[in-house]
Design a protein around this ligand. Structure first.
Ligand code: BV8
Ligand code: ZN
Length: 240
């Protein structure tokens, strides 16, 4: 009989007894789907300075590089799909064990896996608009480096760039559910980016962290599980 990590048993118990559970995810939730994260050894920011590609200044002063970076991310994403761990979260929502998902990821995988209550705090790379007049644009128009059909402005994905404020509705919803939660599970994020990095501290509920690498940032959590997002979610699911 395989020895079940007692922390997995503890998390399963917390999920079963919780009346309001929120999951907060980061790029570490998608690495097992083949999408690199940002700050790990193989992360995007290892070879690219985020301020040269993921800012409005970059869009305006070096659109070539900005477009190259986001086209590469869009192309890479098209080859990937949500892994089994995502399916677990969708099942938990369906079975009333999970009440909200808040994510920093722009890949849309939580929705794709079937979760309905998802707050995309850093926007989405699947929809596009004109930087100048905000008019919606198509994916193909962005990929083909077309300009806006009504004001000739530059096109961009609806991600939140550094220095931009977060989408108000998503932020307010996430904050509301995290303040209401009696269990907050944080999966695959280095909690380096403000203001999302503050969210885990804004709950009175029990806080759990699932992360491949754990360091001081995770010391304030009530329960820390050092491991892969997919395996941990699948193992916990077996006990629900
Ligand atoms: C704002 C969308 C108001 C685009 C992103 C100086 C000091 C402090 C703060 C600031 C500062 N200067 C500016 C700021 C504010 C800035 C900020 O926080 N900067 C940081 C970097 C210092 N924040 C902002 O600009 C935000 N807006 O504050 O507006 C304002 C306005 C003006 C001036 C001041 C304030 C906007 C932030 C949003 C930026 N957009 N993404 C895109 O995707 O291209 S952020 C980007 O980082 C991604 O969205 C990502 O989600 C986010 C966080 O990264 P993580 O998801 O945590 O990923 P990371 O790689 O870091 O970690 C992954 C973890 O998973 C690792 O620990 C790894 O070990 C683990 N892992 C990996 N694989 C697995 C795993 N764990 C388990 N299983 C696995 N398989
Ligand atoms: Zn326009």
């Amino acid at each position: 009989m395989m020895k079940i990590d007692k922390k997995i048993v503890q998390l399963a118990k917390l999920i079963k007894t919780s009346t309001h559970t929120v999951v907060l995810t980061g790029a570490g939730m998608s690495t097992e789907s083949g999408i690199p994260d940002f700050r790990s050894r193989s992360g995007w920011w290892k070879n690219i300075d985020p301020l040269t590609v993921a800012t409005v200044e970059a869009l305006q002063s070096n659109y070539e590089l900005f477009h190259q970076f986001y086209s590469a991310r869009i192309e890479a994403l098209a080859k990937c799909k949500p892994h089994e761990g995502y399916q677990m979260l969708a099942n938990w929502e369906q079975n009333g064990l999970l009440h909200r998902v808040a994510t920093q990821n722009v890949d849309g995988f939580h929705h794709q896996a079937g979760n309905r209550h998802v707050d995309e705090l850093h926007g989405s790379i699947l929809t596009y608009r004109c930087q100048q007049c905000e008019k919606e644009a198509s994916k193909q128009a962005f990929i083909d480096k077309k300009h806006c059909s009504s004001c000739d402005g530059k096109l961009r994905p609806n991600v939140v760039l550094f220095g931009e404020t977060l989408p108000e509705e998503a932020w307010n919803n996430a904050l509301y559910h995290i303040q209401k939660a009696d269990l907050v599970i944080v999966i695959g994020t280095s909690l380096q980016v403000y203001p999302v990095s503050q969210l885990p501290t804004m709950t009175n509920g029990t806080t759990v962290c699932i992360n491949k690498e754990v360091g001081v940032e995770q010391s304030f959590f009530d329960l820390v599980i050092e491991g892969s997002a997919k395996e941990t979610l699948v193992n916990v699911n077996q006990l629900l």
